[in-house]
Design a binder for this molecule. Structure first.
Ligand SMILES: [Zn+2]
Length: 345
């Protein structure tokens, strides 16, 4: 009887927006994820508010919004970004059905034959018909960030889904199966735990109110990496939605020069992608970088200038202007932008 009540309760709550955290995550992980969702929405809300009154070329160099926006995005990206940020701000009330999974819940991913190609592939088995939630359907995994190219995933690699972040989106398959607005987000345990020593793992709200830590690289935006940063990244995939071919619009782009393989995502890499074929407005990590930099453009009440992704811990002015000929300067040449107090290059 208890189980039936739970099932009824679950169906009844299917319209809630951050729909659920998979029970296999456990109590502590669920608490951490919920706290991080709150932090991510706080950052998106603040960033959206800031951009709603921002005019890229008209803004003063003394405006910290210029410092984070100019290096990473073009003026024409602004309205799209504001739209994404508003969607994340309102994600609990606007019809999205986002479900979070932890390492222990990767069993929903199954290796089975794709009826379209007759070839085996990985499928996410946990989507359901919006009008009839007990009707399940598998959707081919297609948007996992790519530690490996899609074609190299094989059944014989059991670890592939355990250490990775992943976001799958549902869609309307036909009249009989509509899983649109459903999104599944897989989180890696080490990210949930927030115990990595090389990064500042505090929530963005704590960094903003408490100030930057003095440890190595903790004045570098790349190294401020709470769980909420990952959740924000995944939510950009969600609100980016799908194109006419059901391909995600906000994606991750593999960096061919990275070893081990990973996607573009550092501040300098995002600069280099500003005018790439898949530009930063379509790259989840670059959108996340902007939102984080906008939220952290005030730290303990003082403006912070993230023009180069690094600030002086005390003055919050840009530091570490890269050397002539460096990759960062080459990136800057591809994507000219203004740096407060110094036109560099
Ligand atoms: Zn991603």
């Amino acid at each position: 009887m208890k189980a039936i009540n739970f099932a009824v309760l679950f169906v009844g709550s299917a319209s809630a927006i951050i729909e659920s955290i998979d029970p296999s995550c456990g109590f502590i992980d669920a608490f951490l994820i919920n706290s991080a969702i709150t932090d991510a929405i706080t950052v998106a809300t603040d960033a959206g508010t800031q951009l709603s009154t921002f005019t890229p070329f008209a803004a003063s160099l003394d405006d910290p919004r210029v410092a984070i926006y100019d290096p990473l995005f073009n003026p024409g990206d602004l309205q799209t970004i504001i739209g994404y940020l508003n969607s994340i701000k309102n994600i609990k009330t606007t019809g999205y059905k986002v479900r979070f999974y932890c390492q222990g819940s990767s069993g929903r991913i199954e290796w089975t034959t794709d009826p379209d190609t007759n070839q085996p592939a990985w499928f996410d088995t946990d989507f359901y018909h919006n009008a009839q939630p007990d009707q399940k359907r598998s959707i081919r995994v297609g948007s996992i960030p790519n530690a490996k190219p899609l074609g190299s995933w094989t059944k014989n690699d059991p670890t592939m889904f355990l250490g990775l972040m992943e976001c799958n989106l549902g869609w309307t398959v036909n009249d009989n199966f509509d899983s649109s607005n459903q999104a599944h987000i897989q989180l890696a345990q080490k990210t949930i735990d927030g115990t990595r020593l090389q990064t500042d793992n505090r929530d963005f709200a704590d960094v903003r109110s408490g100030g930057l830590l003095t440890g190595t690289n903790f004045n570098v935006l790349d190294y401020i990496r709470p769980l909420s940063r990952t959740i924000l990244h995944e939510l950009f995939h969600v609100v980016g939605g799908l194109d006419a071919n059901n391909k995600p619009i906000v994606i991750d782009v593999p960096n061919p020069n990275a070893s081990p393989p990973r996607n573009y995502g550092t501040f300098n890499e995002c600069m280099s992608q500003k005018n790439a074929p898949v530009s930063t407005v379509r790259q989840a990590e670059c959108l996340t970088m902007l939102a984080a930099g906008l939220y952290l453009d005030q730290i303990q009440g003082k403006p912070a200038f993230w023009s180069v992704g690094v600030v002086d811990t005390t003055t919050l002015q840009p530091v570490s202007l890269p050397a002539a000929g460096s990759a960062a300067v080459q990136a800057r040449a591809m994507a000219p932008f203004r740096v407060r107090g110094s036109y560099w290059g």
